[in-house]
Design a protein around this ligand. Structure first.
Ligand code: SAH
Ligand code: MG
Length: 222
């Protein structure tokens, strides 16, 4: 993280401690992109809680949680903890030790809880265990920050976009992970929803770090 980006100071004290837990946590968030999550979440300009879609074992949750704690915000972490398509048996991102031996289904909730506990974030992070579109449909609180990193199939990604973006406050920050402009680098749906946001006219592009895209909601969109 550059000194300029962090307001002239490297994080120290609690944020640095939480970021160390984030870097050690299990999951799919590269460190430079996680640090960008922390930086952007640290400077949100509007009131309201933060919400993450797709927590897995809590790695990105800790990067965002470090900032939520500093800003005095709650971070809702939405995940059914049964894994995405690509986490299931036989797929590229399957981790066998995350399978509940009785149910023979993935269960990332125990690892997630341990991560959040160890990072000291239990007062900041609220786990919402359920299907993202169902939670979005019942949601009412305007969000200061929305991070989308849930299911990466066509339907899951577009449903997350359609379900959650209306809850982002004007002036709020939208972060989308796994956006690959070159199809050779990865799947298309996160790229497609990022394009939807840009093409809607309701967002200004703020930053790009690796596959992380950062946008600011400037209007009602379409
Ligand atoms: N942000 C994480 C990685 C997320 S992986 C990290 O930093 O490591 C994607 C997650 O999305 C998985 O844990 C999966 O269970 C969750 N997910 C996929 N589809 C979902 C849905 N419809 N509702 C809730 N969670 C979902
Ligand atoms: Mg991701």
């Amino acid at each position: 993280m550059s000194a300029a980006d962090s307001g002239g100071r490297e994080p120290n004290g609690r944020p640095a401690e939480v970021l160390a837990h984030a870097e050690a946590a299990r999951g799919f968030m590269p460190v430079d992109e996680g640090q960008a999550l922390f930086r952007r979440a640290s400077v949100v300009a509007v009131d309201g809680p933060f919400l993450e879609v797709g927590s897995y074992c809590g790695r990105s949750t800790c990067f965002l949680g470090a900032a939520a704690e500093v800003r005095g915000r709650l971070l809702f972490a939405v995940d059914h903890h049964r894994g995405s398509e690509e986490n299931q048996v036989g797929w590229e991102w399957h981790e066998p030790d995350l399978v509940d031996p009785v149910l023979e289904r993935i269960d990332t909730l125990p690892a997630f809880r341990r991560t959040i506990h160890d990072a000291g974030l239990e007062d900041t992070v609220v786990a919402v265990v359920g299907d993202s579109p169902a939670v979005a449909a019942a949601w009412a609180t305007p969000l200061a920050l929305l991070f989308i990193d849930g299911g990466h199939g066509v339907e899951p990604a577009h449903r997350d976009y359609e379900g959650w973006v209306p809850h982002l406050a004007f002036g709020g920050t939208l972060l989308i992970h796994d956006v690959f402009e070159d199809p050779a680098d990865g799947g298309r749906p996160p790229y497609e929803i990022w394009r939807r946001a840009v093409d809607s006219g309701a967002f200004a592009e703020v930053d790009a770090v690796g596959s992380l895209r950062v946008l600011c909601r400037t209007g009602p969109g379409n």
